[in-house]
Design a protein around this ligand. Structure first.
Ligand code: BJW
Ligand code: ZN
Length: 244
């Protein structure tokens, strides 16, 4: 049996499946990943742009970077990998989608109940009164954007040194500890605590399948590594049902 056939059988037979996605799943939609060739961190140091300290130092610089990314993402569309995951969620009630991505492409592909560990680039949060609201304008008309209270707004994402949204994080941990199969897609698995879900699931008895173009630290915990583009592998793992 090939790796794909084996993994497809595990997914079909599992009563519960969780999927952990990272930037690689959106690469085929034209959104740059963070690390590696062509990655966002190739020209920028994370600590200059993705920390609360960077924002306190120069919020305009940070906002210019996020506004640029919002414009790229606004022009992008979900790819067959995002659609395959949404299909799996519809066909399997016990299916949990956990994402590190902030781009909203899973939502646009039709996924529901997404556990967004690193927030959402389409939400803003006031640094003064903590109010939070959606804003899909790209580019934003004025930088930095302001709250009704006059406070400066920040992107609704999780930066280094910040806690993950507690509800999403505890639900993700619960899912990792209870699922029969964990699918790890397009993540370098170097950012914690998200990456800790992989050994957590494995220790709790889950079968772990990795889908990635390259080897990662998660590869050693995986029962099966499928090397290639998620936009090609996921549709092969999760085929369209014949009657649809
Ligand atoms: C393809 C493909 C294709 C390409 N098909 N594959 C333990 C040890 C060490 C450090 C720490 C630790 N615990 C905490 C830390 C500190 C820190 C951390 O992890 N640092 C390490 C990097 C050293 N973590 C934090 O600060 C976190 N907060 C925290 O820990 O709070 C305390 C806490 C503890 C316990 C519980 C709860 C709280 C916060 C981390 C926030 C990360 N934020 C960012 C930015 C978000 C906003 C934005 O978008 O700007 O999140 S950083 C960036 O990395 C982004 C991503 O979500 C994240 C992960 O990246 P991802 O998705 O894996 O992308 P890449 O680019 O790295 O990889 C892409 C992969 O795809 C590659 O493998 C390619 O091969 C592959 N690929 N094309 C398939 N077509
Ligand atoms: Zn406010």
């Amino acid at each position: 049996m090939s790796g794909i056939e084996q993994a497809r059988t595990w997914i079909e037979q599992a009563r519960s499946v969780a999927i952990l996605t990272g930037a690689g799943i959106s690469a085929e939609s034209g959104i740059p990943t963070f690390r590696g060739t062509g990655g966002l961190w190739r020209n920028h140091r994370p600590e200059d742009l993705a920390t609360p300290e960077a924002f306190a130092r120069d919020c305009l610089l940070v906002w210019e970077w996020y506004d640029q990314r919002r414009q790229w993402i606004a022009k992008a569309a979900p790819n067959p990998g995002h659609f395959a995951i949404a299909r799996l969620q519809r066909s399997k009630p016990g299916c949990t989608l956990i994402t590190q991505n902030v781009d909203g492409l899973h939502d646009r592909a039709g996924s529901a109940g997404i556990l967004k560990l690193h927030g959402d680039i389409w939400r803003l949060r006031c640094t003064t009164c903590r109010a939070e609201w959606p804003d899909r304008r790209a580019p934003l008309p004025r930088l930095p954007p302001k709250c009704q209270c006059g406070g400066i707004a920040r992107p609704g994402v999780v930066w280094f040194g910040e806690d993950l949204p507690p509800g999403a994080w505890s639900s993700a941990q619960e899912a990792a500890q209870s699922v029969e199969t964990l699918l790890v897609v397009g993540t370098s698995a170097v950012v914690y605590p998200a990456a800790s879900l992989i050994p957590l699931a494995r220790a709790a008895g889950a079968t772990v399948v990795e889908v990635n173009t390259e080897e990662t630290p998660a590869s050693t915990a995986a029962h099966c590594c499928l090397r290639g583009l998620s936009g090609e592998i996921l549709p092969a793992l999760i085929p369209v049902p014949p009657d649809s």
